[in-house]
Design a protein around this ligand. Sequence first.
Ligand SMILES: Cc1ncc(COP(=O)(O)O)c(C=O)c1O
Length: 385
Amino acid sequence: MAAAEKITPTGDAPIQFFDLKSQQASIRGALEERWTTILDHGRYIGGPEVDECEQKLCEFTGAADAVVVGSGTQALVMPLIALGYGHGDAVFIPGFTYNATANAVLLAGATPVLVDIDPKTFNMDAEDLERKIQRVKANRNLRARAVMPVDLYGLPADYPALQAVADTHNLRMVADAAQAFGGRQDGKWIGTLAEITATSFYPTKTLGGYGDGGAILVRDKEVGDLLRSIRWHGTGDNRKESIRVGINGRCDSIQCAVVSEKLGIFEDERQRRIASAKIYDKRLVGKVEGQIGAAGDESAYGLYTVRVPERDSIRAALQEKGVPTAIYYDTPIHQMPAFEQFSPPGGLPECERASKEVLSLPMHPYLSEDQIHRVCDALLGALQR
Ligand SMILES: Cc1ncc(COP(=O)(O)O)c(C=O)c1O
């Protein structure tokens, strides 16, 4: 069915920012059958659901291998461990992202170097990446090792440009696609756009579980095997003997079952998100600044985000009309107490501006056309006040 036909037809129902209930209703019976299977076989960790989920993730994205893990954060830390990065190693991340990106680098023992964003895409700016690499090289206190782009709100980062810079400086790439499963660039799925891609199954993500979980998608099966060892305390066949340093990075059978079931409805949900975004675009482009990708970019529409002036009053006006909104994020990484020490000289002007202006509108697969128009009416009305 075409994206435009995927909209839920009715709806003066209250508008939800996310809607996990409608989704659950559509798969509840299948999930209950899966619970029974898991309760019967009793392999709560490492059950057959783990292999099934990994296989389905590979089939969907075209990745050579997929390793399911306990969270999106683990999916970022573990590749850095696998690549051997730690003390004295610089990992370049955008300064406008969820705190997990920075925490993951520090948990691996490496140092985050913050890069400004492109104001149109909200994603890492390749030119500023080049400048920040040059600065690290000139300072000689860190080794430039890896770049960790983030696909903010679901929009793929500018992988061609970032990869070109990474290749010039011999950097590896670990993509943070926690918000972007289901996005595409030039016809290729997120999960294949970088050599290693991390994603999250946090319940409100585009492919969410019913608890914590995540996955690492890789181009090289050997890296997948290494990650499987790291996932179980760096062990091989003998689970009690570590042959390298690792962690408990496992994803349990129940989460894998949920994610596999959700993959069955994922394409339908993806089309619904696209259909909703098209209506938002039609009503808002030219009137409100939004997130604009390049020609070959297809957002996963984890979030639909615009920039607004006087955000607090606009938010309040929308709330009055029954339109919930959210802010991702009102503090850039370099202004958070835990990461202030990594603030570059002169700060990160575009990250700072975005943090003051961004406002995310309701986005999920079960919005009705009428509801989206109500959101747009409320927003455009508030902007005219
Ligand atoms: C950009 C980004 N990176 C990493 C994470 C971490 O994922 P998790 O919460 O599954 O650990 C998130 C989750 O919100 C995220 O949005």
